[in-house]
Design a protein around this ligand. Structure first.
Ligand code: ZN
Length: 329
């Protein structure tokens, strides 16, 4: 568990951290940033385990590694938005005082470092960040901080200046798909679709496998594209269904774009299905391509893109969706 070898891609970051450890040139604070599910926490854990390991290589066999893998290493403290308040979405100034500043005053029990892994550090408000800054400014030599975050822009410049930033890059679709088939039990077509969808994030792709709402979104997207919502009554009902998926609206629009893209490309390539991503429902793609003219497909695709734009500009959500559904029917 938790080895640099478990992290796909991002060879530069891994090489950099390995050499930092080998040459004993370790900064006391790092911000690990990148998209949802890209492996930030895995990298933080691999790094922490390696610097605490008695051999310096995350050997897996020493007391430090064994306790680390079971989550019982006494010199590793995990802080996340839910730890203390039980509420998702915030790390308060009290959390930082009680869970970082106070324990930082106590020397490590067994190891050279006392490691603080702050997950979703972008959920710290500015007073929490200022409290953390005090710890980062003059940490005892055993203090070591790893902060993960999607939203890098939320950090105060003073925090950023105290830390080394590691930016995890998205992986190519082919690498994500390879992982999904080799390690996560996806079929090849499931893997291709999930990889196209996850935009380089293995974590995001993996969660799609048993994601019931995602399955419902796929079905809904196909119904829309098939023109099932044609009458006013049906359009109003479908717009209500959009509303129920509001939290996943980006996924729904991504699906609509992805499937339209496939239909358009399939038609443009004269019926060659090699470039289709939505392989799990090839028949659907072929049916719609056969029934619909190329200009009409482009018109519908544009209607989806336009709707995404107007919604992003805070237009009335229901109205925008209704107009789009009428365009697509
Ligand atoms: Zn070890």
């Amino acid at each position: 568990m938790y080895n640099f070898g478990d992290i796909y891609g991002n060879g530069q970051i891994k090489a950099y951290l390995r050499s930092s450890i080998a040459n004993n040139k370790i900064n006391q604070a790092y911000i690990i940033t990148g998209g949802e599910g890209c492996g930030k926490t895995l990298l933080a854990n691999a790094f922490a385990k390696a610097i605490l390991c008695e051999t310096g290589e995350a050997c897996g066999g020493c007391v430090s590694c064994k306790t680390f893998d079971t989550g019982n290493n006494p010199d590793v403290l995990y802080i996340s938005p839910t730890v203390k308040t039980g509420k998702t979405g915030t790390i308060s100034v009290d959390d930082i005082r009680d869970l970082v500043c106070a324990p930082l005053g106590v020397k490590p029990f067994l190891h050279r470092y006392k490691v603080f892994i702050i997950k979703d550090g972008d959920e710290m408000n500015s007073s929490a960040q200022n409290a953390l800054l005090k710890a980062l400014e003059e940490p005892p030599d055993y203090g070591f901080f790893l902060i993960t975050a999607v939203n890098y822009a939320s950090f105060l410049p003073t925090i950023i200046s105290r830390a080394i930033t590691l930016k995890i890059k998205p992986l190519p679709d082919s690498a994500v798909a390879a992982y999904l088939t080799e390690k996560a039990g996806f079929t090849e077509s499931e893997a291709k679709t999930a990889a196209a969808f996850a935009q380089g994030s293995i974590g995001r792709a993996v969660t799609l496998k048993n994601d019931a709402e995602f399955s419902a979104l796929m079905f809904f997207a196909e119904q829309i594209i098939a023109g099932r919502y044609a009458s006013i009554v049906e359009v109003i009902a479908a717009a209500k269904e959009f509303e129920t998926h509001r939290a996943r609206i980006d996924d729904l629009f991504d699906l609509l774009c992805l499937i339209y893209r496939d239909i358009i490309i399939y038609k443009a390539c004269g019926g060659d299905d090699k470039k289709i991503i939505w392989k799990q429902n090839l028949k659907f793609i072929k049916d719609i391509a056969a029934k619909t003219s190329a200009p009409e497909l482009h018109k519908r695709f544009d209607a989806v893109i336009k709707t995404i734009e107007v919604i992003s500009k805070n237009a009335n959500f229901t109205m925008a969706v209704e107009v789009m559904l009428l365009d697509l029917a």
